[in-house]
Design a protein around this ligand. Structure first.
Ligand code: KIV
Ligand code: ZN
Length: 392
């Protein structure tokens, strides 16, 4: 097992593989290289660069990424198929540090419906795949696809066997996003407690977001002994997506009392989110945690008043810490006097409380007619306004 401090969590980014599988997000080699360099800069430990057997273009992307990346480990995906593993090994030849990620479905859904097979055969194929991969590198990760719906005792047998065969990381994917955080956490704890050689490998969480639980499940995995999280920028990935990198990293940072650390330079999260969104032609939902355009916007009067008195009242993260543009006070019909006074002040107007009372009524008339009141609307209000005579 790796000799890093016990609570260092390895960030395994799969934006270029699971993220790129999203319809419309396909990248060419140049785009993949640009994003790989940005991910390395961000500080991710492992970059899953692609699935080399899937197409000549993806083989080339993985090969070219290996030539330029110096600090992160480059990972290539394969099935438990000899040719896949051979091609992944070939694509990784130039990597400073390369990892083959191989695996097979272990749930009965996969064993019966996908492979028309049985548990013993799948176990043998898993062991064989890891042995083939070890011919190319001693950094081998095994994934037990659909581990989320795999019975724990069988999963533990598979995990023990692949570690004995040479896997140094064992990936426990909740492929269908089925698990509750308590169930996923218990699964990881079960492996920690029931796989005799588990100390020879890093346990990895790979969670999908079909029920919106990918982030919560990954954190539950870590709290029960996993030391690697597989995630993507903006949570991109198959169907409802994967665990979002920015969310898990900021959860671990915010809850530093838990003692977990990552190597991510969090100030780069927003710029990289925008780069990924633009390059993959996939907009980020405005209310997305950490990187959505509304993540630091305050629009209701109660929130704005509290925020203007002390930002910590309504913000647990400073926008600077994640490279966001800054907090925004958005003026709508739900805004209050404090926000209006604040914005007039920023625009250079000096108004008394009485002025603001009068202006606020006029502001509400404008605000009721549109979604957001902008600076031009405020200048117009100010131009028409006759200041209230001060009463003594
Ligand atoms: O979701 C999944 O199970 C995967 C594996 C290929 C790791 O993406
Ligand atoms: Zn996946």
């Amino acid at each position: 097992m790796n000799s890093m401090p016990d609570k260092k969590i390895f960030i395994f980014d799969t934006t270029l593989r699971d993220g790129e599988q999203v319809p419309g997000c396909k990248l060419n080699t140049k785009e993949k290289i640009e994003l790989a360099l940005a991910l390395e800069d961000l500080g991710v430990d492992i970059i899953e660069a692609g699935f080399p057997i899937s197409s000549p273009g993806d083989f080339q992307s993985v090969e070219e990424i290996c030539k330029v990346i110096k600090n992160a480990t480059i990972c290539a995906l394969s099935r438990s198929v000899q040719k896949d593993i051979e091609v992944a090994g070939e694509a990784l030849r130039k990597a400073k540090s390369g990892r083959i990620h191989t695996g097979i479905g272990t749930s009965d859904f996969h064993i019966k419906s996908k492979f028309n097979s049985n548990r013993e055969d799948i176990l043998a194929r898993a062991i064989q795949a890891v042995k083939w991969a070890r011919n190319y590198t001693d950094n081998v990760e095994f994934y037990a696809e659909d581990a989320g719906r795999t019975e724990n005792d069988y999963l533990a047998r598979v995990v023990e066997a692949v570690i004995a065969a040479g896997a140094t990381t064992v990936n426990i994917p909740d492929t269908t996003g089925y698990c509750l955080p308590s169930q996923y956490g218990e699964k990881i704890a079960y492996l920690v407690n029931n796989v005799p050689n588990i100390d020879k490998a890093v346990i990895s969480c790979h969670c999908h977001n079909d029920l919106g639980l990918a982030t919560a499940n990954s954190i539950a995995g870590v709290m029960n002994g996993a030391r690697q999280i597989e995630c993507t920028i903006n949570g991109l990935g198959e169907r409802a997506g994967n665990t979002s990198l920015e969310e898990v990293v900021m959860i671990l940072k915010q809850h530093h009392a838990l003692g977990y650390t990552t190597s991510i330079k969090t100030q780069q999260l927003n710029p990289l989110s925008r780069l990924v969104s633009d390059t993959m032609r996939m907009p980020v939902q405005p209310n997305k945690a950490i990187v959505g355009s509304n993540a630091f916007s305050h629009s209701s009067g109660i929130h704005q008043d509290g925020f203007l008195k002390d930002a910590l009242t309504y913000e647990i993260i400073s926008p600077d810490e994640v490279g966001a543009d800054g907090s925004k006070i958005v003026l709508t019909a739900r805004s209050g006097r404090s926000a209006l006074a604040h914005r007039f002040h920023k625009l250079g107007y000096q108004y008394t409380r009485n002025d603001i009372d009068v202006l606020y009524a006029q502001f509400l008339n404008v605000a009721d007619g549109k979604k957001e009141v902008n600076d031009e609307d405020l200048h117009a209000l100010a131009n028409e306004y006759q200041p209230v005579a001060e009463t003594v």
